[in-house]
Design a protein around this ligand. Structure first.
Ligand code: IPM
Ligand code: MG
Length: 355
């Protein structure tokens, strides 16, 4: 059966990096079909809304979604905020497609160990943040302004079933790795966190092989810098995951290299997911052939791995990336003296040449 991949290139460097990721996918999997749709600022400019119905329809029809990036200064000040690419496209897309499990690996690559802001002997890390993506304070109602605008309100809500399903995901992932799971919350203050902790403890009974511990989020932020090597899988709620995943990504020193997946439940035997680089739309370098396409390309590898159960295709892509990096080929963001500077297209072409 030929899978359909929805391609939402978006704004800024999104189209450039996505183009390279699609080329790599085509080289490894000639059977995949691709269809493009508008999202973010590009969609606002051409049809007046950040997430057109046609885009959602295409995503629902597809087996997986490849996303570039959305947003930029041109659309940052639009009112109401629901017109802006982040709030008007990204959040409803996650919610509508039920992409509740956000998987964000942070793994140091040997050729780039020195790029970490941490001391080299401490910077080695290989962890995954499993972030709940469709609940919590990002979506809770009521929200808004009261008191003639002088009071602002957001609501953090979690339901037990939302915690259960993301916890199960995290335990399953831990089983495929070193089987060490740290669940992060703020249970000393928040009721949602106490529900979170209770629920994770119940799910843990089904996974006796996994070593589970709980950590408060402030301590986790500190531990990530003190000793990132202690972590294997970090399970946490939406907003804590937003913050901790940025922190974890920086430890690797190479934001431009990190992929991510946002997963829903299995649909006809395969897991539906949206795959995107962790980096944003970088409007300052858009259209200049400067962006690093590796995060997008590694996101494509995650797609093969998680949505299409094609571990060998995924490994081919990852190995090609490592090979190119070990040859000292670099885009500007990871450039160092003595290495060979290339643009987006050349980086993509070289990676393809290793496949
Ligand atoms: C992310 C981003 C988004 C989030 C923003 C752009 C809404 O920071 O994917 O981490 O907070 O989830
Ligand atoms: Mg974020």
């Amino acid at each position: 059966m030929s899978h359909l991949v929805a391609v939402l290139a978006g704004d800024g460097i999104g189209p450039e990096v996505t183009h390279e990721a699609v080329s790599v996918l085509q080289a490894v999997r000639p059977d995949l079909r691709f269809e493009e749709a508008l999202i973010g600022g590009a969609a606002i400019d051409s049809v007046g809304e950040p997430l057109p119905a046609a885009t959602l329809d295409l995503c629902r029809k597809a087996s997986a979604v490849l996303l570039g990036a959305v947003g930029g200064p041109k659309w940052d000040k639009l009112e109401p905020v629901t017109l802006r690419p982040e709030v008007g496209a990204l959040l409803p897309l996650r919610r509508e497609l039920n992409l509740y499990a956000n998987i964000r690996p942070a793994q140091t690559m040997t050729p780039l160990l020195h790029a970490s802001p941490l001391k080299e002997e401490r910077s080695k890390c290989d962890l995954i943040v499993v972030r709940e993506l469709t609940g919590g304070i990002y979506f809770g109602q009521p929200r808004g302004r009261q008191n003639e605008g002088a009071t602002a309100l957001d609501t953090c809500i979690y339901h037990k079933h939302e915690v259960e399903r993301i916890a199960r995901r995290a335990f399953e992932i831990a089983l495929t790795r070193r089987s060490v799971l740290v669940s992060v919350d703020k249970a000393n203050v928040l009721e949602t966190s106490r529900l979170w902790r209770e629920t994770v403890d119940v799910v843990a009974q089904d996974y006796p092989q996994v070593s589970l511990s709980h950590m408060l989020v402030d301590n986790c932020a500190m531990q990530l810098i003190r000793d990132p090597g202690q972590f294997d899988v970090i399970l946490t709620e939406n907003m804590f995951g937003d913050i901790l995943s940025d922190e974890a990504s920086m430890i690797t020193g190479s934001l431009g290299l990190l992929p991510s997946a946002s997963l829903s439940d299995a649909k006809e035997g395969s897991v539906f997911g949206l795959y995107e680089p962790v980096h944003g739309s970088a409007p300052d370098i858009a259209g200049q052939d400067k962006a690093n396409p590796i995060a997008a390309i590694l996101s494509a590898a995650m797609m093969l791995d998680l949505s299409f159960s094609d571990q060998s295709g995924a490994a081919k892509i990852r190995n090609a990336v490592e090979e190119v990096l070990s040859e000292g080929i670099r885009t500007g963001d990871i450039y160092e003296e003595g290495s060979r500077l290339v643009g987006t297209k050349e980086m993509g072409r070289l990676i393809q040449s290793k496949l």
